[in-house]
Write a protein that binds this ligand. Structure first.
Ligand code: ADP
Length: 664
């Protein structure tokens, strides 16, 4: 072997042979090797033949002929052994030949430790990306949770304002009433007002207490004050106090106790809150005609005795997705039947925490549309001081008496006064409104939006005072429905609301509400709105009277009120020659009842139906006198009068001059 070239440059074979003298160490860049060799038989070196092989690169010997160089380019890192054998021209091969060993080292980044480093880096990278992603998800979830909490809190504050403002309206309003008429007010009415003030004050107190209790629970400061007594009569008593409330809502409340007595430790106040919440929810979310069963029992579960209280209703039920959330604080299911009803969303969360404070559990089973069943398990212990009977607190009766029957609410006598329809789910507020309007308006009361709409269609009131937050159809929906129906679109609507923000007012106004009254309000405010709206209506009627119908029919602008009148006039004109055409026929053709037509026409034109029909006939007669050559008696018959003398009399009454004064 007499030479090695790397990338065409001679390489000193004596250097870099640290390991073994015959092994040369090269870097990964020194991979273009040219081996030079000379023959071993020097007799005729030009005729020497060669074979070489780079192990393990070549599998076979390569015939080089007389060529004395072998070149390998682009060799991979690894150990190589270059061997060469030669022969003289007699074809005698020197089998031993010569060899040179080389090691092409791999690049540092392809070494095993580099790969480990790569693996570590990759793992590190994946972990960081994953962590980053998890972090992002966490941040997103947190933001979502915060926004949900925010919405829940906003709802809570809206609801709580409503819950506070409603009793405050009654308290402040009734106090105002009492103050202004302290001398003239009959004793029973004064007493009634005082009762209402007290009751609503107690409702506020209960609300505040519930909130405080929740706050105390949160800080772990709420303690149980158990007494040992018979729990069954106490729970029965609590349920009984709900009977009139249930009856009021036409719900059958049945208490079914499998045991008559069970002496155990219980904190009466806390148990009362639990029962109160479960029962008031059951009643609130159950339709009239349905049933609520309270079932009391005692049971042994894994060697522990439990008191079991089940409250089962056949109400609206709760969907599976909402079922897990109803015990969350401030959570209220957002469905049309509940979204605007009373409530704060803290009832069930407080109930659950109180049950847990008693080391008990609360479960719920529910099917949407079929009903719900809340089951409370309270462990039975008998360690507290024994008392004969737990004191039945008068406050317990808040619920039963706050929704009192008020038969007088819809009794009216004075029919000359304008008719006001009050749509309000809170009986006390409705009563307060009615008492405010006494002597000023005749009043009717509807306890929810659906009934309100029905009553508005039936009675066509002169004005409507409507609460915004109600179960079923809320005030906005009532407003939108009535304002888009030609029968009721003229009726001014005053919205009563605890949500008095600009946005809420704008929503109300966009639905067509005519005025807003924020709770709590006093009589003077209500009167101002009523007077404004009634006088506006009167002005419209006067304008209508002055302009007459002919003007109206010519007017191109369609406004809802004139639309109805136009329709009525056109119906009358079609049958104008028929002298028997009267209120009944007009109502029939309009597909309405006579009283509906009467009230609608009276509200817009100030005239009764028969006077209105006569006016249309006379107006038409007047036009015929002006535009035709017919005689007055011909015209009288043509517009449905069967006595020309009567036509002339009525004409003079209507226009102030006789028809003959007009005829040419
Ligand atoms: P709220 O003050 O709104 O009643 P709760 O915490 O008592 O608050 O109840 C939370 C929600 O659970 C209610 O808004 C209602 O949608 C639902 N809910 C509670 N009880 C019942 C029931 N018996 N039937 C149907 N839905 C119910």
């Amino acid at each position: 072997m007499n030479g090695l070239k790397i990338s065409g440059k001679p390489y000193d074979l004596n250097k870099n042979t640290i390991e073994k003298p015959e092994k040369i160490i090269l870097t990964h860049l020194q991979n273009d090797l040219s081996f030079e060799y000379t023959g071993f038989h020097y007799s005729n070196p030009a005729k020497n033949l060669y074979k070489y092989k780079l192990e393990p690169y070549d599998l076979e010997w390569i015939d080089a002929g007389t060529q004395r160089m072998a070149r390998y380019t682009n060799l991979d890192p690894g150990e190589y052994n270059f061997r060469v054998i030669g022969s003289n021209d007699n074809d005698v091969w020197n089998e031993k030949g010569a060899s040179i060993q080389s090691l092409i080292k791999s690049a540092w980044w392809t070494r095993w430790w580099a790969y480990i480093a790569y693996a570590c880096l990759a793992v590190g990278l994946i972990v960081s990306i994953r962590r980053y992603e998890l972090n992002r998800i966490l941040v997103r979830k947190k933001a979502q949770y915060l926004s949900e909490l925010d919405t829940m809190k906003t709802n809570f504050f809206t609801n709580i304002t409503h819950e506070f403002r409603t009793p405050l309206t009654v308290i402040l309003g009734m106090t105002d009433n009492l103050k202004s008429s302290v001398e003239n007010l009959p004793l029973n009415e004064a007493n009634k007002s005082l009762d209402m003030i007290q009751r609503n004050g107690e409702t506020l107190l209960r609300l505040v207490n519930e909130m405080l209790e929740l706050a105390k629970l949160e800080s772990g400061k709420l303690a149980l004050h158990p007494r040992q007594s018979d729990v069954i009569p106490y729970v029965k008593y609590l349920c009984e106090s709900f009977h009139s409330y249930a009856q009021e809502n036409q719900i059958n409340l049945v208490v079914y106790a499998e045991i008559d007595h069970l002496v155990m430790d219980f904190d009466s106040k806390k148990l009362e809150t639990i029962i109160l919440n479960l029962l008031s929810n059951a009643i609130k979310f159950t339709q009239p005609g349905e049933k609520i069963i309270v079932h009391l029992n005692q049971s042994l579960i894994s060697n522990n005795e439990f008191l079991i209280i089940k409250v089962k209703d056949t109400g609206i039920g709760i969907s599976e997705e909402n079922l897990i959330k109803i015990f969350n604080r401030f959570y209220q299911i957002d469905i049309s039947s509940t979204k605007h009803s009373e409530g704060t969303g803290i009832g069930l969360s407080l109930t659950k925490e109180l049950v847990e404070l008693m080391h008990g559990t609360i479960n719920v089973k529910s099917t949407l549309g079929k009903g719900s069943e809340f089951t409370v398990h309270i462990p039975i212990t008998k360690n507290a001081p024994l008392v004969k009977e737990v004191k039945m607190d008068q406050e317990n009766l808040i619920i039963s008496s706050s929704i009192h029957n008020e038969p007088l609410l819809n009794q009216n006598t004075d029919t000359n006064l304008p008719l006001a329809l009050i749509i309000e789910d809170n009986q006390d507020v409705a009563y307060y409104l009615k008492s405010c309007m006494k002597g000023k308006c005749e009043t009717l009361h509807a306890k929810n939006g659906d009934i309100g709409i029905e009553m508005a269609y039936k009675t066509i009131p002169d004005i409507i005072v409507c609460d915004v937050m109600m179960p079923g159809k809320d005030g906005f929906e009532v407003c939108a429905t009535l304002k888009s129906d030609e029968l009721t679109d003229h009726i001014p609507i005053i919205m009563l609301t605890a949500k008095a923000t600009i946005e809420d007012r704008l929503i109300g106004l966009s639905y067509g509400a005519d005025a807003y009254l924020a709770k709590p309000f006093v009589k003077a405010e209500l009167f101002t709105r009523l007077d404004q709206l009634i006088s506006l209506r009167k002005k419209k009627v006067r304008k209508f009277e002055n302009n007459g119908f002919s003007q109206l029919l010519k007017k191109r602008i369609e406004n809802p009120e004139t639309k109805f009148i136009k329709k009525a006039i056109n119906i009358i004109l079609k049958d104008i020659t028929d002298n028997s055409f009267g209120s009944a026929q007009l109502a029939h053709k309009l597909n309405l009842s006579e009283s509906q037509v009467y009230r609608k026409l009276k509200a817009i034109s100030g005239k009764s139906t028969s006077v209105f029909i006569r006016s249309v006939r006379l107006q038409n007669g007047k036009e015929l006198i002006q535009t035709t050559d017919s005689t007055i008696s011909e015209i009288a018959y043509a517009v449905g009068f069967n006595d020309p003398a009567w036509f002339s009399r009525a004409f003079k009454e209507e226009f102030g001059f006789s028809p003959s004064a007009m005829s040419k």
